[in-house]
Design a protein around this ligand. Structure first.
Ligand code: ARG
Length: 262
């Protein structure tokens, strides 16, 4: 891989469990996100990817304003702003012309974040110049409890792996997954904490986020409900994807997003 040692280390640490299981479980041929279909930033203008200075896509993100991108803390922890750029409006990672690539000038990670399994996996990037051609997505507010109800259909988006242990996608993919109840997700994962995480996926598996989708959006009712955070393998039965519960961070996120231009 062309990815930088630091990113490799981050993914290695954060996705250790997922990676080990991904390696142990043979990926079936039709799993593609995993189980996704091609999508366009024309329809999802808020979805962005994070790239290292050599152009390597390592995570996803969501435009929350013209200069703020919400992503996962595990995607950017330990990196400086200068090592990250944000790419908007580019469905095809290999395109040199589609969309815009903007340097990052500030990185905020949640002060309580240590690792994804412990929660608080949320970060906000400040862009060096505004992105105005692609519209942002409102984040879930503290009144959005009902949006997190079991079986609410949510859309996940990303350029991550299309199979456990496989390669990341050249194109933006999307999938629709139902939100899983807290009790069911606690049965799946001992580390699940319903205060700041939310799960989505099918009991039978097959459709899920995967490595490289981290930081990217889970959307329903026109709001950012979740941030791709962790899982165990990808698309395994009774192992839904785990997302940062955006609603739980509304106040802190708004403080970051609303930070006025200097
Ligand atoms: N930690 C992974 C990453 O860094 C995201 C894993 C999401 N996994 C899942 N099964 N939904 O990209």
């Amino acid at each position: 891989m062309r990815d930088k040692p630091r990113i490799g280390r981050l993914l290695a640490v954060v996705c250790l469990l997922a990676g080990m299981i991904a390696a142990a479980v043979p990926a079936s041929a039709d799993v593609r996100i995993v189980g996704g279909t091609k999508a366009s930033t024309d329809d999802y203008p808020f979805v962005v990817y994070l790239a290292s200075t050599d152009g390597f896509q390592f995570c996803g993100g969501t435009l929350a304003s013209s200069i703020k991108v919400v992503t996962a803390a595990h995607c950017v922890k330990g990196q400086t702003a200068g090592e990250i750029s944000v790419v908007a409006g580019r469905d095809d990672k290999k395109s040199k012309t589609e969309g815009v690539e903007v340097p990052v000038k500030g990185v905020w990670t949640h002060p309580k974040y240590t690792d994804a399994l412990a929660g608080h996996d949320v970060a906000v990037l400040t862009l060096a110049k505004p992105i105005t051609r692609y519209s942002p997505l409102p984040i879930a507010t503290s009144n959005d409890h009902s949006a997190y109800e079991q079986d609410t259909m949510a859309t996940i988006l990303g350029w991550g792996r299309t199979a456990s242990g496989g390669q990341t996608s050249q194109y933006l993919l999307k999938a629709d997954v139902p939100i899983v109840s807290d009790s069911s997700c606690s049965d799946s994962f001992t580390k699940y904490n319903s205060n700041w995480m939310v799960c989505a996926g099918y009991p039978q598996g097959g459709i899920d986020g995967c490595q490289g989708d981290s930081g990217g959006p889970m959307v329903a009712h026109g709001r950012l409900l979740g941030i791709s955070s962790w899982g165990e393998g990808c698309g395994l039965p009774n192992k839904p994807g785990v997302y940062t519960r955006v609603m739980a961070y509304y106040t802190e996120l708004m403080q970051q997003i609303k930070t006025p231009l200097p």
